[in-house]
Write a protein that binds this ligand. Structure first.
Ligand code: C2E
Ligand code: CA
Ligand code: CA
Length: 711
């Protein structure tokens, strides 16, 4: 319809087309009709006089629907009426009006499309040749797409802003001359806080960064300017930052700036340091752990090889640490480990490393060793740290340790072998009585093999009747009469010969075999005692040794009771020897067993007296009959005044508490006479008899009885 209308116009013009002017107007009309702009002309009263094709297309009206109508039918009702008022005012003044905020027209109003369109309207007044106002020419343009695009841009910019302002990063964009093109809130705040400066776009980056920082940063900045992305942790002013330098590429592919993102990572660094520390240090003692030790040993070995010198590895293990844990609890054990670690750390050279391997095992690396004397001195110094007691939770704890030493390159060339040999040497130190240090020797490997053989062999020893009981007489000092015998275990090993208890009791305790072995011993001595009585001897007391492990067995007291009964013996025929440490096990089942045994009337002797805690409180708790002075005091009691004083003190203390005293390890006549003079009740030792087999003890008992009878 619209097309027809226009074509008719053209035809009309061309039919009468003589006049060029008319043709010109015809073309102009065609151009106006079909050009990109929508036009509308109103008359002086605001009635629509003309619209072009584009206008029809844009508004969705048909020509006949709007021609002659008031232009107000075009109003969508969604546009602020003020805008129209402004428009009229301007037009009346004869000015062209173009709304800065284009009039918003909702298109659905005009056609059936539901979208909202944004129309920019330019309106100009129309004057006749007399300059009288004749109407308005309006050109309409659909700018919806542009506005949508602009809105999108605004939105994406605000999203970007939100992103760069969120988080803990400071972000700056620099141009080639180090001028700030853009920055985020964090950077603004930081500059303000650190330097009390206000940052603006176009400022030089250098003016916000101290020279010292800039020196560090410029190295990376320069690289970023030529296209390198760099992520770097940088420390400035004692603060750790993570910096990310990224080249900025412009539309033609050239680098024309750098973006810098950075954040304070001090907290993360601190946490990292803690984690790293934990990975390489022992949590309890805060000294290096095995991992760090291994690292250091590797480095030290390489250096020793290069510089052609020796190094020493000293492996240290506490003696009877389990007793401490069992007696005072694990917390006390931990505290003791800590105290020992700190004491030893205090005496080592800065170049030495003390590490904890776990449990009560420590290791010392002494690099740059010139001679064995040097290692001797270190080992002695370490053992000296066990001379003084440790005070833990109001307890005075005495502990010792054994040390095994191996030397590079003499004993081994690599770290594994060095540690293995130090371990072997340490076991040797333990076997030889503990609280000492031993240098590794090649023959020791044989000893370790022996220990292994022993462990294996002990399982069969009981069944194969390889254990024997030896007896050592205990004499009354005044009369020299045998008043008791101490039962001492012997192991007749098919390959290794006779093995003394010092070498196998601890293994038997560790493996638990001490329980069946102990039961066998109790039965054996009870049977033996019955035999002697049946043979017509005076009833004799047999003393057996019990370790903590045995006492913790809940059935032990009943077992002893039954063995005595089975052999028709009573409590006077039997006694037990225990060490002081057992008495300290408050709340332990060992104490229950002891209570049961004392209720049965069985005598208790305190063995190795003077070497343990010597806390005397428990002496009152249990009816302890005898104190057995440890043989180490007897050994030097003649020559060493300190030891003699201890012996005298034990005697007078024991007697004042109405306890009897046995002196162990009496080896010389001089010692015996001295003990007699001091009033020691009983004596035991090689001078009187070694521990001997049942046949030989039988003779000794007989001899003693005969002597008595002859007196
Ligand atoms: P102990 O209870 O102190 O036993 C005394 C040790 O001193 C015995 O060593 C004995 O041979 C030794 N001895 C005796 N007189 C002298 C002397 O004049 N000079 C020297 N130098 N030593 C002397 P043995 O038989 O080697 O026993 C060592 C330890 O093994 C015992 O020390 C005891 O603690 C333990 N033991 C022995 N038999 C048993 C047992 O059946 N059960 C348990 N749990 N432990 C036992
Ligand atoms: Ca004993
Ligand atoms: Ca003893």
């Amino acid at each position: 319809m619209e097309k027809d209308h226009n074509d008719k116009n053209v035809q009309a013009f061309s039919k009468t087309a003589i006049d060029k002017q008319k043709m010109y107007f015809c073309k102009l009309a065609c151009l106006i009709n079909n050009g990109p702009f929508a036009f509308m002309v109103t008359d002086i009263n605001g009635s629509i006089e003309y619209v072009n094709n584009s206008f029809i297309k844009l508004t969705g009206f048909k020509t006949e629907e709007i021609l002659g109508k008031s232009s107000s039918i075009l109003k969508s009702g969604k546009t602020d009426p003020l805008i129209y008022k402004k428009l009229c005012k301007k037009i009346k003044k004869g000015e062209t009006w173009k709304d800065v905020n284009p009039i918003t027209v909702v298109h659905e109003h005009y056609n059936n499309l539901s979208e909202k369109r944004i129309i920019e309207i330019m309106a100009s007044p129309l004057f006749d040749e007399n300059n009288d106002f004749q109407g308005i020419v309006e050109s309409w343009r659909d700018i919806t797409a542009r506005i949508v695009q602009e809105n999108k841009l605004i939105e994406s910019e605000s999203n970007l802003k939100a992103i760069i302002n969120s988080g803990d990063q400071s972000i700056i964009l620099l141009d080639k001359d180090n001028r700030i093109l853009c920055f985020n809130e964090n950077f603004r705040k930081e500059v303000n806080k650190r330097f009390s400066l206000k940052v603006s776009i176009g400022d030089l980056f250098d003016s916000f960064i101290p020279k010292t920082d800039l020196d560090i940063l410029s190295k990376y900045l320069n690289k970023a300017y030529v296209g390198k992305s760099i992520l770097k942790e940088i420390q400035v002013d004692n603060i750790w930052y993570e910096y990310y330098f990224n080249p900025v590429i412009n539309h033609d592919g050239k680098y024309n700036g750098v973006s810098i993102c950075y954040r304070d990572i001090s907290e993360r660094k601190k946490a990292q340091a803690v984690i790293e520390h934990m990975a390489y240090n022992d949590i309890l003692t805060d000294i290096p752990n095995r991992r760090l030790f291994d690292d250091r040993l590797k480095i030290a070995l390489a250096q020793a090889e290069r510089e052609n010198h020796k190094l020493a590895v000293l492996l240290l293990d506490f003696d009877y640490f389990k007793r401490i844990n069992d007696t005072f609890g694990h917390a006390a054990g931990d505290m003791l480990l800590k105290s020992v670690a700190s004491r030893i750390s205090g005496i080592l050279r800065a170049s030495d490393t003390l590490a904890r391997l776990g449990g009560d095992e420590f290791i010392i690396l002494a690099p740059s060793i010139n001679n064995f004397d040097m290692v001797d001195r270190i080992a002695k110094k370490i053992l000296d740290q066990f001379k003084r007691p440790y005070f833990i939770r109001n307890n005075e704890l005495n502990i010792t340790a054994s040390i095994g030493v191996s030397i590079y390159p003499d004993d081994a060339k690599d770290s594994l072998e060095l540690l293995k040999n130090a371990d072997t040497a340490m076991y040797n130190a333990k076997n030889e009585g503990r609280y000492k240090y031993k240098f590794f020797t090649k023959t020791m490997n044989g000893n370790v093999l022996q220990r292994f053989k022993m462990e294996m062999g002990m399982h069969h020893a009981l069944h194969n009747a390889q254990f024997q009981v030896y007896y050592q007489p205990i004499h009354e000092t005044k009369t020299n009469k045998v008043v008791a015998v101490e039962a001492l275990l012997r192991w007749l090993h098919p390959d290794l010969g006779m093995i003394l208890p010092e070498r196998f009791i601890s293994i038997a305790e560790e493996t638990g075999l001490i329980i069946p072995i102990g039961e066998w011993l109790i039965e054996t001595v009870c049977r033996q005692n019955r035999q002697w009585i049946d043979d017509g001897h005076d009833p004799l007391k047999i003393a057996i040794n019990l370790s903590a492990r045995q006492l913790r067995e809940p059935d032990l007291a009943d077992f002893i009771k039954k063995s005595l009964k089975d052999n028709n013996l009573d409590h006077t025929n039997f006694s037990i020897e225990i060490t002081e440490t057992i008495m300290m096990e408050e709340g332990s089942p060992a104490i229950d067993t002891l209570t049961k045994l004392t209720e049965m009337g069985i005598e208790i002797s305190l063995d190795d007296f003077g070497t343990g805690y010597s806390s005397l409180g428990y002496l009152k708790q249990f009816p302890i009959e005898f104190l057995k002075i440890d043989r180490s005091f007897i050994k030097d009691s003649i020559d060493n005044e300190a030891d003699a004083r201890i012996v005298r003190a034990i005697l007078s203390m024991a007697h004042s508490l109405k306890k009897k005293v046995v002196a162990e390890g009496v080896e010389s006549e001089e010692q015996l006479q001295y003990l007699k003079w001091l009033g020691c009740d009983q004596v035991q030792g090689f001078l009187l008899s070694h521990p001997v087999s049942k046949k030989n003890i039988h003779n000794i008992i007989k001899e003693s009885e005969n002597k008595e009878k002859s007196i």
